[in-house]
Design a protein around this ligand. Structure first.
Ligand code: F6R
Ligand code: MG
Ligand code: MG
Length: 362
C-alpha cells in the first residue's frame, strides 16, 4: 500500500498582529478533518506555527489530489470566516483567489506532499516555520543529507553511504535541476547558497525513494504584491536508510541567518522552538521553526514528539537571541535589511522613485 503524507498550510489570520492562530479555529480544523477520517483521510494532525495553520494529513489519494486539496481549501475558507467574525488580523491573508479549481497550488497556501511505500516502522519529521521562506531550509537540508559532520551515517551506514539526489528549483525562472551528492556537492552548494533564487524542493535516495519535500510556493510572486514571506513546511523521512532523527535535527542546534522576520524584509536567525513557543513577537520574530517527529503504520500516526522542546536546544535559543540583538543593532541598515531584490515591501522602491528626479550627475 502506498501512503501519502500531505502538509497544506496557510495564514488565515491571527491574534494581536501576525503572532498566533487561535485554538478555536484549530479545533474547527480538527473537527472537519475528523469528519472524513476513516474515509478520505487515514489520519491527521493539526497545529500552528506562529500565525500559520498547518494541516498534516495521511491518505492514499497521492500527491496533488483534488479531494485532499479541496478539503484543505474548504477548511481554510471556514477558518477565514471565523477569523473575520472574531476580528482577527489579516483574516484570509493567504487565500488569494475565490476561483478554486481543485488544486491549492498557486492559490496561496503552501504544500509539501510525498507518496511513499512505508517501511515496516516509518519515521518522519514535519518541520514548520514562520516569518521566513522555503530557501531557509537549504542549509539544514544540505547538512542533513550531504554533510558527514552532521550526519555520521553518511560515513558509517552503508545504506546512506551512496549519498542522495537533490532537486533544486530556480524560483524566479520556474526551472528545476537535479544534483547527485557527494559527487556534485560543490555545484549544488554553488546554487543553494544563493537563497534569494534557489530552493531545495525534494531529496531522493539514489535508488529513487523520496527522502524529503519542502513547500516552495512564493506567495508574493503568486499575488504580485507583498503578502509576507512564505512560511514554509517540509517533511523529512528519518532512520533506517535515511539520516537518524537526531541527525535530521542537528542542523538546528547551530543557529544560522535567513531572510524574513519583520515585514519579510530582514535577515535574522531561525529559532528552533516547541509548538507552544512558536509565537514570533520580538520585531515579529525572530523567525521560528518547530520540528514534529512522527511514527506511522499504514498511514496511522503515532506522536508527535515536539522535538525542539528538548532542553538540548536551549543553547541554540540563547545564541539565536544574541544573534537577534546583533542583527537588530543595524536597524534599517544592511545586512539586517535585505537587499532591494529580496525586499518584498513596496515602500522602498516608491521612495527611490520619488527621489529619482532629484538626483544630479556627479
Ligand atoms: C512578516 C509579517 C509581519 C508583517 C508586519 C506588518 O511576514 O507578516 O512582520 O509584515 O507585522 O504587517 P501589516 O502590513 O499587516 O501591518
Ligand atoms: Mg500573517
Ligand atoms: Mg506566518
Amino acid at each position: 500500500m502506498k501512503t501519502t503524507i500531505s502538509i497544506i498550510k496557510a495564514d488565515i489570520g491571527s491574534v494581536g498582529g501576525h503572532i498566533r492562530m487561535t485554538e478555536d479555529i484549530l479545533d474547527m480544523c480538527r473537527s472537519k478533518l475528523n469528519d472524513v477520517k476513516g474515509d478520505l483521510l487515514i489520519d491527521f494532525y493539526v497545529t500552528r506555527c506562529g500565525d500559520d495553520v498547518e494541516l498534516l494529513m495521511t491518505h492514499t489519494r497521492g500527491v496533488d489530489s483534488k479531494e485532499i486539496h479541496s478539503l484543505a481549501w474548504n477548511v481554510f475558507k471556514e477558518g477565514t470566516e471565523m477569523a473575520k467574525d472574531a476580528g482577527l488580523y489579516a483574516a484570509g491573508q493567504d487565500l488569494l483567489s475565490d476561483a478554486f479549481s481543485g488544486n491549492v497550488r498557486g492559490m496561496g497556501p503552501g504544500i509539501a506532499e510525498m507518496e511513499i511505500e512505508e517501511r515496516p516502522a516509518e519515521v518522519f519529521v514535519a518541520f514548520m516555520a514562520d516569518k521566513t521562506e522555503a530557501s531557509a531550509f537549504n542549509l539544514p537540508l544540505y547538512e542533513m543529507f550531504a554533510d558527514p559532520f552532521t550526519t555520521s551515517g553518511l560515513v558509517l551506514d552503508p545504506k546512506l553511504h551512496d549519498g542522495f539526489k537533490f532537486e533544486v528549483h530556480d524560483i524566479k525562472g520556474s526551472k528545476k535541476i537535479i544534483f547527485d551528492t557527494p559527487e556534485e556537492s560543490y555545484d549544488l552548494l554553488a546554487l543553494i547558497g544563493m537563497t534569494d533564487r534557489y530552493s531545495i524542493k525534494r531529496i531522493f535516495k539514489k535508488s529513487g525513494e523520496i527522502a524529503a519535500v519542502a513547500s516552495t510556493e512564493k506567495v508574493n510572486l503568486i499575488a504580485g504584491r507583498y503578502i509576507g514571506k512564505d512560511d514554509p513546511a517540509m517533511i523529512v523521512r528519518a532512520q533506517s536508510g535515511y539520516p537518524a532523527t537526531g541527525e535530521v535535527l542537528e542542523p538546528f542546534s547551530k543557529p544560522f541567518l535567513i531572510a524574513g522576520w519583520m515585514r519579510g524584509s530582514h535577515r535574522g536567525p531561525l529559532m528552533p522552538v516547541s509548538q507552544e513557543d512558536a509565537n514570533p513577537t520580538r520585531f515579529d520574530g525572530p523567525p521560528r521553526i518547530i520540528g514534529l517527529a512522527f511514527s506511522m503504520k499504514n498511514g496511522v500516526l503515532a506522536g508527535p514528539i515536539d522535538t525542539f522542546s528538548d532542553v538540548s536546544y536551549d543553547r541554540a535559543r540563547a545564541k539565536t537571541n544574541e544573534l537577534a540583538d546583533f542583527m537588530r543593532r543595524h536597524g534599517p541598515f544592511q545586512p539586517h535589511l535585505l537587499p532591494p531584490e529580496e525586499l518584498e515591501y513596496a515602500t522602498l522602491p516608491d521612495v527611490t522613485k520619488k527621489l529619482a528626479d532629484r538626483f544630479e550627475d556627479i
